[in-house]
Design a protein around this ligand. Structure first.
Ligand code: NAD
Ligand code: TYD
Length: 344
């Protein structure tokens, strides 16, 4: 199978490249990525000479390029996106362009590829997010997002991802495109851009800096190791049913305060390293996933996300790969992050 992967130079995409090359000897991959601030070819040095892999620098909004690349592929795994909630609060336009227009460009090129013949045999996997469901209350621990939960987006990021998600659904409904959608919880692991909470906090601590905890720290996220997510996407690609949505989660809920204390403990720091900062506007309180459908119907279940070992391994990766994140963290990005939230 030849896969056209979009966003393969980002965190999950680069892990997906390595995962597929390791686990599917018959698969070849073309990685289309425009290398925004979060795209980094250093994530892919181990793959760059592999004859089963090729990189194409380009934008998913480029009709002609996308049309050309789809001609050769059997399946599209669409991960390219603007992915950070805080950035979407500062400026939502790039989110609408990449996450909505970019998805529409890919879907429409797939519809038209090979004079309409691609539509009859190609598969389109849309990598969505649990954030499209909005927020759950902290009080009711039994409440979970299921695939039937209505989409109720709260951030410009999640709204733009829901736009792509609904377009993918529409192309299945209207044109009978073979679309499968995954909606996954928060990922952690190697090569995550250090604006997301785990790599930001871990690398700050290695640098001897405090960690900025938003609001009261009671917000809850369900943490999944990135390789478990990659395996779930591959499972959806290989075994998913056309037109279906599959939730993907780790059954691993932690409040931000709990997560922060775990990181501090593993790294040998005390609570004085927490810097309470103003809350994120519109901050979703709790995400929690019911992932029973993908287990029941496709046999996927997480095996790499067990806490605290998976967190310890991830922290070790950032300690062992300081050059990677030091380069990423230097320059304009640092100023951006420093300005973002004022001290409370
Ligand atoms: P990321 O920001 O690390 O990577 C995104 C990649 O997409 C980058 O390489 C970037 O260069 C590329 N890209 C962005 N706009 C593009 C465009 N217009 N054309 C071509 N390439 C473009 O993001 P990530 O955390 O790896 O997330 C990947 C996908 O998974 C996203 O669709 C995201 O919504 C989804 N997702 C992420 C998480 C998470 O916890 N990180 C959870 C669930 C779903
Ligand atoms: P993040 O990694 O940005 O993922 P998402 O917003 O997509 O869930 O944030 C995870 C949680 O950590 C979220 O509740 C916001 C919180 N957070 C902080 O408290 N401080 C920070 O500096 C960041 C980036 C996030």
């Amino acid at each position: 199978m030849h896969i056209l992967l979009t966003g393969g130079a980002g965190f999950i995409g680069s892990n997906f490249v390595h995962f597929v090359l390791r686990n599917r000897p018959q698969c070849t991959l073309t990685n289309l990525d425009s290398l925004t601030y979060s795209g980094n070819l250093e994530n892919l040095t181990a793959a760059e000479n592999n004859p089963r892999y090729r990189f194409v620098k380009g934008d998913i909004c480029d009709d002609a390029l996308v049309a050309k690349l789809i001609e050769d592929c059997d399946a599209i795994v669409h991960m390219a996106a603007e992915s950070h909630v805080d950035r979407s609060i500062l400026d939502s336009k790039p989110f609408v362009i990449s996450n909505v227009i970019g998805t529409q460009t890919l879907l429409d090129a797939a519809r038209k590829a090979k004079g309409g013949a691609w539509l009859k045999k190609g598969r389109f996997v849309y990598v969505s997010t649990d954030e499209v469901y909005g927020s759950l209350p902290l009080e009711d621990k039994s409440a979970l997002f299921t695939e039937e939960t209505p989409l109720q987006t709260n951030s410009p990021y999640s709204a733009s991802k829901a736009g792509g998600d609904m377009l993918a659904r529409a192309y299945h409904h209207t044109f009978h495109m073979d679309v499968v959608t995954t909606r996954c919880s928060n990922n952690f692991g190697p090569y995550q851009f250090p604006e997301k909470v785990i790599p930001l906090f871990v690398t700050n601590l290695i640098e001897g800096k405090q960690v900025p905890l938003y609001g009261d720290g009671k917000n809850v996220r369900d943490w999944l190791h990135v390789d478990d997510h990659c395996e779930a996407v591959l499972t959806a690609l290989e075994k998913g049913k056309a037109g279906e949505v599959y939730n993907v989660g780790g059954n691993n809920e932690r409040s931000n305060l709990e997560l922060t204390h775990s990181i501090l403990k593993i790294m040998g720091f005390g609570p004085e390293m927490i810097r309470p900062v103003a809350d994120r506007p519109g901050h979703d309180r709790r995400y929690a996933i019911d992932a029973s459908k993908i287990k029941r119907e496709l046999g996927w279940t997480p095996t790499r996300s067990a806490w605290p070992h998976a967190l310890e391994d991830t922290i070790r990766w950032y300690k062992d790969n300081a050059q990677w994140w030091q380069r990423v963290k230097s320059g304009a990005y640092r100023a951006y992050y420093e300005q973002q939230y004022s001290k409370r």
